[in-house]
Structure formats: structure tokens, C-alpha cells
Ligand binder design. Structure first.
Ligand SMILES: C[S@@+](CC[C@H](N)C(=O)[O-])C[C@H]1O[C@@H](n2cnc3c(N)ncnc32)[C@H](O)[C@@H]1O
Length: 261
């Protein structure tokens, strides 16, 4: 599929990232091709998916407590409670959240993302991150771009290959945000456990899903020009704000939250 062709047809002949991730999280919104790919992945992949999702919950909750009331979540995934809006609206009921994903199965389940608190609001955009301007245009209908927005790109950019310009895409999205906004990012890496990462990459490639894991310096580059918030760029199991990180586990993901100056 090209970025110009945001397909609405569910293709069950090849695995899709959203559905494989749903399988890894123990969800039911996936097909045999997704399960087959998931089963070929090293067992640690399931724990890594859960640890990535847990980072999203902690980071979103911390931002809501810190006073950020608007969220743009690109690469949302199939709804899995608690979704981002449920996490943040529990803390800030008036929070507004715009979700975007390019997978038609996420669209099929999007109604679960649209159940907002009465004081807040949510929206879902069926769009490809490789068309960042289209996402921004739609997000402007719900979010106020004169007030801080948290942009989350969680477990998304490793699906964007170098020739698709992941840094340019991120820059376009971040440049639209006002000062005080934040970028929340998680990204699969080869650094923590190279053999595991290689096996994940090969399995996805065999399933025709290109995966571009990135090393520390490559992930750090997504935060260029932004102020990384403590604890900085760390692996998912080390990103804790209010409590100390529990006993260290590997996670396969670099994560970080940074402020737009
Ligand atoms: C691994 S899931 C992550 C879901 C969620 N962000 C989380 O971390 O729990 C990756 C999501 O990115 C979406 N995705 C992959 N490529 C995309 C693209 N080019 N544009 C928009 N979404 C994309 C997939 O459909 C999938 O829902």
C-alpha cells in the first residue's frame, strides 16, 4: 500500500502490524496470518508488547497530571482498554484526544475510541503517518494548536523505513505544535538483545512487514531540537516519574518524552 492509498479493505492474506500487536497483547481482533507470525516470534515479544503499552499508560498519565489537556496519538493500534483517552480523562476529564492509524481494522473498532467523557472529546482519523499534513489538518478540527499538545508516536516509527523519511515526518508533526507541547515516543531497538531483535525483524520480513529497528543514536535523533524530560531516553522499563523503576527487565524499546521549547 502506498501512502496515497489509505485502504479501507481488511486484507487477511498478509499479517498487519496492528493485528500482530493485538495478538501479542492477548487480544482477539486478529486473523490466522497474524497469529502465525506472532507464534514464530520469540516468546519475549509478548512481554515486550505489554511493557511498551505500560509505558504509554505511565507517560500519558504523567502528562495529564502535568497539565497537558490535548493529545494526538498516531499509530493508535486496535483499541485495548485502557486506551490513551481513558487513562488521561480519568485524571483530566476535559482532555481532548485525536487518534490516527492507517489500518482498516483499527477503523472497524474505532467506536471504542470515541466513547469520551462528556466534558472531553475524542476523534479518530483513518490516515497514514506518511501523510502528516493530512493528520494535522483533521486534528485541527478538535485540538487547539495554540495550546500544548502531546504528540504520541508509540511503537510506530520502526514501521517507517529510511527511504520513507521518518525524521522528516516527525519534524512536520512536531513543528506544528506550540511551545510547551511534548513528543512521546517509543521505538523498537536492536541494542538490548541483538539476537532477539534480529529474529523479530526476520519474522516480520517473512510476513511482508518491513521493520526498521533503530539504535540509540538513531532514536535520539527523533528528539532533535526538543528538551528531553527526565529520565531521558531510556528503555521502556526504566521510564518512571513518580515511583522508582522496579527491578530491571529488558523491553526491546527505547522510549522518551520531550518538551517543545
Ligand atoms: C505496534 S502497534 C502500536 C499501537 C499503540 N501505539 C501502542 O503502542 O500500544 C503499531 C500501530 O501503528 C500503525 N501503523 C503502522 N504503520 C502506520 C502508518 N504508516 N501510518 C499510520 N499508522 C501506522 C499500525 O496499524 C498499528 O496500529
Amino acid at each position: 500500500m502506498t501512502a496515497d492509498d489509505v485502504s479501507f479493505v481488511i486484507d487477511t492474506s498478509t499479517p498487519h502490524p496492528a493485528r500482530v500487536y493485538d495478538w501479542l497483547l492477548g487480544g482477539k481482533d486478529n486473523y490466522l496470518v497474524d497469529q502465525e507470525l506472532g507464534e514464530k516470534l520469540p516468546a519475549e515479544a509478548r512481554g515486550n508488547a505489554a511493557r511498551n503499552r505500560a509505558f504509554m499508560h505511565r507517560a500519558a498519565a504523567w502528562l495529564a497530571r502535568d497539565g497537558v489537556g490535548q493529545f494526538l496519538d498516531v499509530g493508535t493500534g486496535i483499541p485495548t482498554a485502557p486506551n490513551l483517552h481513558q487513562v488521561v480523562q480519568e485524571i483530566a476529564p476535559a482532555a481532548r484526544v485525536v487518534y490516527a492509524d492507517n489500518d482498516p481494522i483499527v477503523l472497524r473498532h474505532a467506536e471504542a475510541l470515541l466513547v469520551s467523557t462528556p466534558e472531553g472529546a475524542t476523534d479518530y482519523v483513518q490516515e497514514d503517518v506518511r501523510r502528516p499534513e493530512a493528520i494535522l489538518e483533521r486534528a485541527r478540527t478538535l485540538l487547539d494548536f495554540d495550546r500544548p499538545i502531546a504528540l504520541s508516536l508509540i511503537a510506530l516509527l520502526h514501521f517507517i523505513t529510511d527511504d520513507e523519511d521518518p525524521y522528516g515526518i516527525t519534524r512536520t508533526l512536531v513543528d506544528a505544535l506550540p511551545s510547551g507541547s511534548c513528543l512521546v515516543l517509543s521505538h523498537g531497538t536492536t541494542d538490548e538483545h541483538p539476537e532477539l531483535a534480529e529474529s523479530v525483524r526476520t519474522t516480520y520480513r517473512e510476513g511482508q512487514v518491513p521493520l526498521r529497528m533503530r539504535g540509540r543514536a538513531e532514536v535520539e535523533r527523533f528528539f532533535e531540537g526538543l528538551d528531553l524530560i527526565d529520565p531521558g531516553l531510556v528503555t521502556a522499563t526504566h521510564w518512571y516519574k513518580d515511583t522508582p523503576a522496579p527491578k530491571s527487565e529488558r523491553s526491546g524499546f527505547y522510549v522518551g518524552v520531550a518538551r517543545v521549547p
